[in-house]
Design a binder for this molecule. Structure first.
Ligand code: IYR
Length: 221
């Protein structure tokens, strides 16, 4: 016999279609303004803001509701300097030796290089770890759809950062094991994404990008 679990009533908004149309259009216009920004200023951001941003990220759906993530928020300048030094070492070898020409060509319009000033200028770095399993005193418990779950949580986080009027980018140093060492994370956690958060610098610029048209990214049947 299957077990039964307690439920609570859902509280639907029950909006009429014209209100939904307006809300979703406003949301699109807000999100369409979001851009990855590499020029992040050192203007402080209160810790409470970062705490709520992480609460928002952690509200994401996850496989079997395991919430297989851990967010490390780094505001300590010494730690940020260590992270920057280690990331730049990896990035230098990526850009100068490891990256295939096609990849470098694809990155050229974005103007990225091995130097990552944002890793020390940003008031906060949020390092997202994925937890392949949970380590309990009784033993290991497997997590499910970890990649998907943590990806969704990061999407929530990026959206919330933008909604707050702050900027971010997704930094993916490769390999990124150095983050586990510097931040002394346990074996069951692996680094997933590094997200600096802050105000943009005065006069910050971003690449002049176009987004794909709806018709290119969707099919309605
Ligand atoms: N990890 C490198 C390279 C890089 C890769 C992609 I795909 C980008 O969209 C941007 C950068 C870096 O962070 O510079």
């Amino acid at each position: 016999m299957s077990k039964s679990y307690p439920t609570v009533p859902l509280k639907p908004l029950n909006l009429d279609p014209s209100t939904i149309t307006l809300r979703v259009r406003n949301h699109f216009e807000m999100m369409d303004q979001r851009r990855s920004c590499r020029d992040i200023s050192d203007r402080p951001v209160p810790k409470e803001v970062i705490e709520d941003l992480i609460r928002i990220a952690s509200s994401a759906p996850s496989g079997a509701h395991k919430q297989p993530w851990h967010f490390v928020a780094v505001g300590n300048p010494d730690l940020k300097a260590k992270i920057r030094a280690a990331a730049e070492e990896e990035e230098k070898s990526f850009y100068e030796n490891r990256a295939p020409t096609e990849w470098l060509d694809d990155l050229a319009p974005l103007g990225t290089d091995w130097q990552k000033e944002f890793l020390t200028s940003s008031p906060w770095l949020i390092i997202v770890f994925k937890k392949l399993y949970d380590d309990f005193p009784e033993g290991k418990r497997k997590n499910y759809y970890v990649q998907e779950s943590v990806g969704i949580a990061c999407g929530f986080l990026l959206q919330a950062i933008h909604e707050a009027g702050l900027v971010s980018l997704t930094h993916t140093p490769s390999p990124m094991n150095f983050l586990s060492e510097i931040l002394e994370r346990p074996q069951n956690e692996k680094p997933f994404l590094l997200i600096p958060v802050g105000y943009p610098k005065d006069g910050a610029e971003v690449p002049d990008l176009n987004r794909k048209d709806l018709s290119e990214v969707s099919t309605f049947l």
